[in-house]
Design a protein around this ligand. Structure first.
Ligand code: SAM
Length: 229
């Protein structure tokens, strides 16, 4: 029988919330010092248009991860309009580079409207197209490969990114708990097959002898896998 105290909480939708929403609100309340007019405008657009940015808790996490390994070169698979890139750009500094990719050209325009007004834009190299193709067209190793593309693409992106991360570098992917679907036997998916793709992705990462991995359960779950040095 399930131990109620340790059971995950079910949302009204029948999905799971790894971290109690009240705790996330508490943690979010600690982050006001990171307020910036551009960030607030990007978050407002996400709320108004229901666009899935990583949001502040994960943004700060990404920045901290990048700073902790002295990251200077980051590749993003699925950049949207540059919200996650804002945090990576802050971390890599003016000498660094964040390569952004997105299939929707309007997202690049929006990213430039938001970030073009800041010095962060100097470090951002934004390309429109399929992220996997754009990645194959870039050269060299990355300190961080960050995956936030369509979830069906996750296994393929992991497979290609893992060979291009420097020793001691990180592979990071968002949404790896997929609102708890990964832990359920019955669920309704947004796109058929995405839960299975995420599970395959997670299992491959944890089975890989060249990486040490863990999942931060904040929001929708962020996997961090460090390539052994
Ligand atoms: C979840 S949003 C990214 C949000 C962004 N990382 C952030 O937090 O601000 C996913 C984005 O990836 C793009 N996308 C999905 N799969 C892609 C792919 N294979 N290649 C390029 N863009 C992709 C979509 O157009 C969408 O804008």
């Amino acid at each position: 029988m399930a131990d109620e105290k340790h059971s995950p909480k079910l949302m009204d939708s029948g999905l799971l919330t790894p971290v109690n929403p009240a705790i996330e609100i508490y943690m979010r309340g600690l982050l006001h010092k990171t307020d910036h007019p551009v960030l607030l405008a990007m978050e407002k657009l996400a709320r108004e248009s229901n666009f899935p940015i990583v949001d502040r808790l994960v943004g700060v996490f990404l920045e901290t991860q990048a700073k902790s390994i002295g990251a200077k070169r980051v590749f993003e698979f699925g950049s949207g309009y540059g919200y996650s890139a804002y945090w990576f750009a802050k971390a890599v500094g003016q000498e660094g580079q964040v390569v952004c990719t997105d299939g929707d050209p309007l997202n690049k325009q929006k990213a430039e409207q938001f970030l073009g007004a800041t010095e962060l834009w100097n470090t951002i190299d934004f390309h429109t197209g399929i992220a996997q193709i754009l990645f194959a067209q870039t050269e060299g190793l990355f300190d961080i490969c960050y995956n936030d593309a369509d979830k069906g693409d996750y296994p393929e992106i992991w497979q290609m990114a893992k060979t291009r991360i420097r020793p001691g570098g990180l592979y990071i992917a968002d949404n790896v708990l997929w609102h708890g679907r990964v832990a359920l036997t019955e669920f309704v998916d947004i796109v058929p097959g995405w839960t299975e793709a995420i599970k395959e992705h997670n299992e491959r990462i944890f089975a890989d002898p060249d990486f040490d991995a863990y999942i931060n359960p904040t929001r929708d779950g962020v996997i961090v896998a460090r390539k052994k040095a």
